[in-house]
Design a protein around this ligand. Structure first.
Ligand code: ISL
Length: 534
């Protein structure tokens, strides 16, 4: 039998550094701030931290625009701070996973500056053309901009300050291998690979006429991309036994398998998107009301599709799960716990996003000027030119802006939730007085303590960590599934509503957000229960 890897038993916690904890009062979270909270993360019971980018960056896209892959942005601290973080985390058995953004760099990266000046050796680091094609970008608008210095257009699938790298140039592969080695030699455990399935462009032909992402089929999950992944793994990653999880946009089941099934020797895991898009009408800005049943079906489908899943309900690009799938009002506590029950009992590696463990909610902003996200502002600008009502445009931004999950973590009931002593870069949610870490640490019935006990249960329970998955009931807002390992079974029953629901399962309850010993086939509002079915 193949030896199990740490990430198959482990839990990964995502930190979005600028919003985590500010140690010096400048309003931005930083690495010393992260170090100061490591004891809390150890107490939570996580195995690794995925750190969103801390590299040198002009911060147009909050660090996903990298100007130097081997330097720490002064806003986050120094390389000494980073080394200390690694050591302090290691002392607590916590691994660090870096964010690897290699589809594009910042336009301030030296490579781009050299490329636009056609310096020898750098001419082809990016994708230049005399005439742009019709491809659209992920943040709205076209995917090409003209560079005066070079006198050509360059491709950028994201913001115009994020030019796409040209992976046809072998020098790019070498640069990236050096970057991987640099961090792996320091002792990081692996990488979360940003939009990794779109890095290789088959050609630069016009795409299908479409206002959104015309061109996708020319660069989505291409053979060239698979070849790059295999090469990175063979030449570098395997040598360090490094872990990779790929952010893979728009993948079908087969495309997902091709990217991460063990025999492919590409990625270890992928973030698929289908369960996060069930309310969408085409793009995330247009949404139907959330229908739990569609969400359950997407989850079940992907549980079957892959040998091993990367499970997440939140990250820095998505609204808060309790506001989106749960009830952030009357049933805040119950529904956040119910979602935790699901996240931690699915097959695969659970990912917890900072603040999720205390049930942080969507941003309470009342004006577009309170937002910072480049994507939200782009889309707001485009929407203003289209025939939408003010109310509709507002709803688009309110429900879908990425800033919903980018407010400072609410550590206490001190000013700005204890996130900073200065002025936060993005306002902290006013509900920090009631939703915060300190008060939840003291309250045995809190969401935080529920996460802690559930994580502890998972740690000692092989069925939850290793079992197979099978759905038993998907009906409206009720989801029941079974995990099985070596003949031992556990059933998880979830109620995504504020109504009482009956289900045909009974047995001994071993865990849940309503205290009971026997489960008699009745789910209370927003109940989540783990049962040994009779
Ligand atoms: O949030 C999204 C769109 O509305 C997604 O499409 C998102 O842009 C996509 O998942 C890619 O995300 C990643 O790459 C981006 C960066 O802005 C995101 O923060 C990152 O997670 C470009 O690097």
């Amino acid at each position: 039998m193949q030896q199990r890897k740490w990430w198959q038993d482990g839990i990964i916690y995502q930190i979005y550094p600028r919003s985590f904890c500010d140690s010096n009062g400048d309003g931005y979270g930083d690495i010393p701030g992260i170090i100061s909270k490591l004891d809390k993360l150890e107490a939570l019971g996580i195995d690794a931290i995925w750190l969103s980018p801390v590299y040198k960056s002009p911060q147009v896209d909050n660090g996903y625009d990298i100007a130097d892959y081997m330097a720490i942005d002064p806003m986050f601290g120094t390389m000494e701070d980073f080394d200390k973080l690694l050591a302090e985390a290691k002392a607590r058995n916590i691994r660090i996973i870096m964010d690897l953004v290699i589809n594009h760099t910042s336009d301030q990266h030296e490579w781009f500056q050299r490329s636009r000046r056609r310096e020898p050796g750098y001419e082809d680091y990016y994708i230049w053309a005399d005439k742009p094609n019709n491809w659209g970008g992920f943040f709205g608008g076209g995917a090409w901009d003209y560079d005066e210095v070079r006198g050509q257009y360059y491709l950028h699938l994201f913001a115009k300050e994020q030019p796409d790298l040209n992976w046809r140039n072998p020098a790019v592969m070498e640069e990236v291998q050096d970057i991987l080695r640099f961090w792996l030699d320091k002792g990081v455990a692996g990488f979360r690979c940003d939009v990794i399935n779109i890095i290789w462009k088959n050609d630069l032909e016009n795409g299908v006429p479409s206002p959104i992402l015309a061109g996708l089929k020319h660069y989505h999950s291409t053979p060239g991309c698979h070849a790059i992944l295999r090469r990175l793994r063979r030449d570098v990653l395997d040598e360090y036994d490094a872990y990779t999880v790929g952010e893979t946009v728009f993948v079908s089941e087969q495309q997902g398998r091709d990217l991460c099934e063990p025999n492919r020797k590409e990625l270890d895991e992928i973030f698929s998107f289908e369960h996060m898009e069930t309310e969408q009408i085409g793009v995330k800005w247009f949404k139907h009301p959330f229908k739990p049943e569609k969400f359950f079906r997407a989850i079940a489908k992907w549980q079957h599709a892959l040998t091993w899943n990367a499970n997440y309900f939140e990250n820095h690009d998505q609204p808060r799960s309790v506001s989106r799938f749960g009830d952030d009002g009357k049933y805040h506590n119950k529904s956040a716990k119910m979602l935790a029950t699901m996240l931690l009992t699915l097959k695969g590696t659970p990912f917890i996003y900072e603040g999720q463990e205390i049930g942080m909610t969507n941003f309470d902003f009342t004006h577009i000027d309170q937002l910072q996200d480049v994507e939200s502002h782009n889309v707001w600008g485009i929407a203003k030119k289209l025939p939408f009502t003010d109310t509709y445009r507002w709803k688009m931004i309110k429900t879908s802006s990425r800033d919903n999950a980018r407010q400072g973590v609410q550590w206490s009931d001190a000013l700005h939730g204890g996130f900073t002593t200065g002025t936060p870069w993005l306002a902290v949610n006013k509900n920090y007085k009631t939703i915060n870490y300190a008060s939840q640490e003291r309250d045995s019935d809190s969401i935080l303590n529920y996460y802690k006990s559930l994580i502890a249960l998972r740690r000692e329970n092989e069925i939850l960590r290793r079992g197979t998955f099978e759905e038993k009931l998907i009906r409206g807002d009720v989801f029941v599934y079974e995990r099985e390992y070596e003949g031992k079974k556990l059933t998880v029953a979830l109620n995504f509503s504020d109504k009482i629901r009956s289900i045909p399962f009974k047995g001994k309850q071993i865990f849940g957000n309503y205290e009971k010993k026997e489960f008699i086939g009745v789910l209370a509002p927003w109940e989540g229960a783990i049962i040994e079915v009779e």
